[in-house]
Design a protein around this ligand. Structure first.
Ligand code: IMP
Length: 429
């Protein structure tokens, strides 16, 4: 256990599996020690669940750090922002007594997700033979528009006339594409509908990169909050069953608008077992009985779509791969307590090919579908861990399990989470 990864000036928090690793909880805990929290990619496909006091929050668009009353929260240029969702979440926070006004900023360079992107996402999924199982939040079409140089950015909406023009072109493009997909072009909506949210943009628009640079120069601490996980990264994940952004730590600099040399630690969030929501390979997936059991124990239902998550054993091949592509300096293991009642626990330490021989994490989904995990079985601890606050207080077999993960992933464990509450963390040796 090495907690030094948690106390640097500019830290990236990144998911190391297929998302839903519990980043929201870890960010909420780490946010207490930083001044600025910024998201750098993804959009309202994310669902961060945070328990603060006796309140329970699910945030999709606003960074989880907002629950700390004195922190500045930013959405960087790499984010695609659904403005209706974003302002809706801000309004809900105000209603629940947490006033985020003046503490939240949105990059002028961020791209906007409009209802026509969502219509395109849903129509593409409905028409596809091989469905990705997207969250239906318009993420893929918004990033396609960005790289296709058809996107609309926050800055465009500050000039209503130009903004409306660009939105009009986006809608015309979407109508044609909807027809190609066999869907009703009317689903693209109207310019007036799309522009309705633009009026509030001046309240929040800012230059996020410049703000972060100023904060760092003033000796403040910054946390860059990733969404989704490494295996969903558009380059490094299980393509094409991925999201449409780079979720990995390298994207944090680009998506927050700072240089990579500003970042001095990368904390990987790792669930004590594996989950995945949506389609695509999952080598360590449980059989039906165990899947249901762990899903119930861990409350594994998607925070954004409510879909049941597929569950499996801890896959050290994926996490070691994530350690390499993210350059992790530490890991935080979450939901250890979910395994408390199991008589034994397994870790996949390698992949075997159908014809024999081992393979590292392969570049294609069809290869990953075919691998057979090589398991190591360890005794369970069958003792509650939810009340434990020190590493030495954990049952011996739980420590052995964590030490094995640390060894296989070759990265020190910086934190262990043993429940949903802020207080249920182990940070020191
Ligand atoms: P999209 O990001 O909505 O395009 O969905 C692409 C894939 O990423 C699907 O398999 C989704 O289930 C998955 N995905 C997107 N966001 C999240 C997330 O926050 N947690 C877990 N899976 C996600």
């Amino acid at each position: 256990m090495d907690t030094s990864a948690l106390s640097r000036r500019c830290t990236v928090v990144v998911g190391c599996q297929w998302g839903d690793e519990g980043k929201g909880k870890v960010v909420d805990v780490l946010a207490a020690d930083v001044d600025v929290i910024a998201r750098y990619q993804g959009g309202a496909n994310a669902g961060h669940t945070v328990h603060a006091g006796d309140q329970h929050f699910v945030l999709h668009q606003v960074p989880s750090g907002i629950l700390h009353p004195d922190k500045r929260c930013l959405l960087g240029n790499g984010v695609v922002v659904d403005l209706a969702q974003f302002f809706g979440e801000l309004d809900q926070l105000v209603e629940r007594g947490l006033d985020p006004r003046g503490r939240i900023g949105l990059s002028t360079r961020a791209h906007v997700v409009f209802p026509y992107h969502q219509a395109l996402d849903l129509a593409a999924e409905a028409a596809a033979k091989r469905k990705i199982g997207t969250t239906g939040r318009g993420i893929g079409p918004a990033y396609e528009a960005k790289t296709g140089r058809r996107g609309v950015r926050v800055a465009d909406l500050l000039d209503r006339r130009r903004g409306a023009e660009r939105v009009g072109r986006g809608i015309a493009w979407a109508r044609g594409r909807l027809v190609d997909l066999g869907a009703d072009p009317g689903l693209a909506g109207t310019v007036d509908e799309a522009m309705a949210v633009a009026a509030r943009v001046p309240e929040v628009a800012t230059d996020v990169g410049a703000e972060i640079a100023r904060a760092l120069a003033a000796g403040k601490r910054v946390l860059l909050e990733g969404a989704q996980g490494t295996a969903l990264d558009v380059d490094h994940g299980t393509y094409p069953y991925v999201t449409s952004s780079n979720t990995t730590a390298g994207a944090a600099a680009v998506g927050a608008g700072i240089g990579p040399t500003a970042i001095d630690s990368v904390v990987g969030i790792v669930k004590a077992y594996t989950t995945r929501v949506g389609n695509g390979p999952l080598p360590t997936e449980f059989d039906a009985g165990m899947d249901e059991k762990v899903r119930e124990l861990g409350g594994e239902f998607g925070a954004t779509t409510g879909r049941p998550r597929r569950c499996g054993w801890f896959d050290a091949v994926v996490v070691a791969y994530a350690a390499r592509v993210n350059g992790l300096t530490g890991i935080a293991v979450t939901k250890l307590d979910v395994l408390d009642t199991l008589p034994e626990v397994r870790i996949a330490t390698g992949y075997r090919l159908p014809g024999g021989g081992d393979t590292p994490f392969p570049p294609t989904s069809w290869e990953l579908e075919r691998v057979e995990p090589v398991y190591e079985t360890l005794p369970g601890w069958q003792t509650p861990t939810t009340g434990v606050r020190t590493l030495s207080g954990l049952p011996r077999n739980a420590r052995v399990y964590l030490e094995r993960i640390e060894k296989l992933v070759d990265t020190p464990i910086a934190m262990v989470s043993v429940g949903t509450r802020r207080s249920q963390v182990i940070r020191t040796a």
